[in-house]
Design a protein around this ligand. Structure first.
Ligand code: ADQ
Length: 491
């Protein structure tokens, strides 16, 4: 996801449209790329950008382009206020504000109280109200209206994630006739869950305005196709297309990756070394287990702590010999389920520490602060085990970062949820059911006692996958498929 928590570099002239914007796919130059996402940038990976930003920045640099989204700020004018643009070489970063009402209805409301839980299969946490639905559609419409004058039909437009399901159809309404793609970074739940959303038919119909819709996994793609077939009387074609009432969209799988080479370099940087050493010194001869996740209920943090507690109960030789560092930066901390989660985790960690701690040993440490990419790489390298146990996750980049950061001579062990998208590529991790506390405890024990030879064998196969399925490849394969798609007629 584009968290956009990093600051962008200052830019030069405020001019969003590049000179060769009208070049079409038939010409030698590839079409100009226009990326739309909730948060924008950063363009340069100086140790701060996530895999996604790196992949996109690379493509934007090569093609020249525009990256358009929310500034991260609110103002009374909201989406009708002035654009802010930074130019970096051939690429412009252009953002607009939201109003307070938009922030509440669009971002906190529909995107994060309705869609996020629902698409992560958490019908129990999803709430729906027509006011948020209305504001969400309206923000999509206004973003399309602001973007429209900045692009032309020779451009290739790539919209990202659950904030902008309607943006493509709104752009078509504004008259855009060029190629239009969409990528969903989070899961797409089965039709039986999605239909609980009062406007689910409208939402999926809006997705049909795109020429290409990309998903992280085959199961997400199948769920989308199933919705079109079961709910909208669509017909599945042989070539990955699905047609509904005369409109046809191609649905395909593009697992997102990381910039593995950079991450490996980060892991041997002096800053990484300092963090690795610090952690090893603190742990002394204890084995370190690490978890790195936004504090989100989709990440399975409660069950993870319970699994660790079960390890200490069932395998008492680990008492005093292992410790768990959970890095969990706060996210959407204003929303009720996130407040509850934080309380529950802190209570759980407090009880666990109270029950097992020794004078010189604290079993669990939870940290909510952020780290630079290099520091994080050092922390991964110091950890014998990394727990990536979401209850549901689109992909999970932490799993890939942990693998990329390992020392090939003494690699650690990845414990991975069967419900993370990364499972499809990282089958040589120890795969667990994140709901099954005993399963987590058993996997932890196995990881902590795994012989070097087995750790190396598993690492070898996983690193091959991580270094092949990179962020650049994800980006290139999506754009290649979009390049070859015929633009849809304007609806
Ligand atoms: P997220 O839910 O944010 O992304 P994830 O893929 O794990 O989940 O990415 C999190 C990123 O934040 C990682 O790059 C990680 O290193 C970084 N991070 C976490 N804690 C940090 C800290 N304290 N300091 C610094 N960096 C930290 C969504 C979907 C995922 C999907 C991605 C990309 O939910 O399933 O993999 O988008 O498509």
């Amino acid at each position: 996801m584009l968290t956009g928590e990093d600051d962008n570099e200052p830019g030069n002239e405020p001019d969003a449209k590049s000179d060769d914007a009208s070049s079409s796919s038939g010409a030698a130059q590839p079409a100009r790329l226009v990326v739309v996402s909730n948060r924008v940038g950063p363009l340069k990976d100086e140790g701060r950008a996530g895999g996604l930003a790196v992949g996109l920045a690379d493509a934007l640099r090569r093609r020249g382009g525009l990256w358009f989204g929310w500034s991260g700020e609110t103002s009374p004018e909201g989406t009708s206020g002035p654009e802010k643009t930074e130019i970096h070489g051939q690429t412009a970063l252009t953002t607009i504000d939201l109003s307070e009402e938009d922030l509440e209805g669009f971002y906190y409301g529909y995107a994060n109280r309705s869609l996020w839980p629902l698409l992560h299969y958490r019908l129990d946490l999803a709430t729906f109200d027509r006011q948020s639905d209305r504001i969400y559609r309206s923000v999509n419409q206004r973003f399309a209206a602001r973007l429209s004058p900045l692009i032309d039909d020779g451009d290739i437009v790539w919209v990202h994630d659950y904030h902008f399901f309607y943006l493509g159809s709104e752009l078509r309404q504004c008259g855009f006739k060029g190629r239009l793609g969409f990528f969903l970074h989070i899961p797409f739940c089965p039709p039986d869950i999605l239909t609980a959303l009062p406007s689910s038919h409208d939402l999926v119909r809006a997705m049909l305005a795109y020429d290409l819709v990309g998903f992280q996994t085959e199961s997400d793609r199948r769920n989308f196709v199933a919705f079109c077939v079961q709910e909208l009387d669509g017909v599945e074609g042989a070539d990955g297309t699905v047609s509904v009432a005369g409109r046809s969209v191609r649905a395909a799988v593009f697992p997102i990756g990381i910039d593995a080479e950079s991450f490996r370099r980060f892991a041997v940087s002096p800053e990484a070394g300092e963090h690795e050493e610090m952690l090893r010194n603190i742990a002394r001869d204890r084995l370190q287990i690490v978890g790195v996740d936004r504090m989100d209920y989709s990440k399975g943090l409660v069950q993870r702590l319970q699994g660790f507690e079960r390890l200490l109960e069932d395998y008492p030789e680990n008492r005093g010999a292992v410790q768990l560092l959970q890095i969990a930066p706060l996210s959407r901390a204003e929303l009720g389920p996130y407040v509850d989660l934080r309380e529950e985790l802190e209570g759980l960690a407090g009880r666990l520490n109270g029950r097992f701690a020794m004078l010189d040993w604290t079993p669990v440490q939870i940290m909510t602060r952020g780290f630079s990419r290099r520091a994080l790489a050092g922390i991964y390298r110091a950890a014998r085990v990394c727990m990536v146990t979401p209850l549901r996750d689109g992909m999970n980049l932490v799993a890939k970062e942990y693998v990329a950061a390992q020392d090939p001579d003494d690699p650690g062990v990845l414990i991975l949820s069967r419900f993370a998208g990364a499972r499809a590529e990282l089958g040589d991790a120890l795969i667990v059911n994140p709901y099954a506390i005993d399963d987590i405890a058993r996997a932890l024990q196995r990881a902590l006692t795994m012989p070097l030879e087995e750790r190396q064998r598993r690492y070898e196969s996983m690193q091959a996958a991580v270094f092949t399925g990179t962020a650049a490849r994800w980006c290139d394969s999506f754009l290649a498929k979009l390049d070859e798609s015929a633009p849809q007629a304007v609806v």
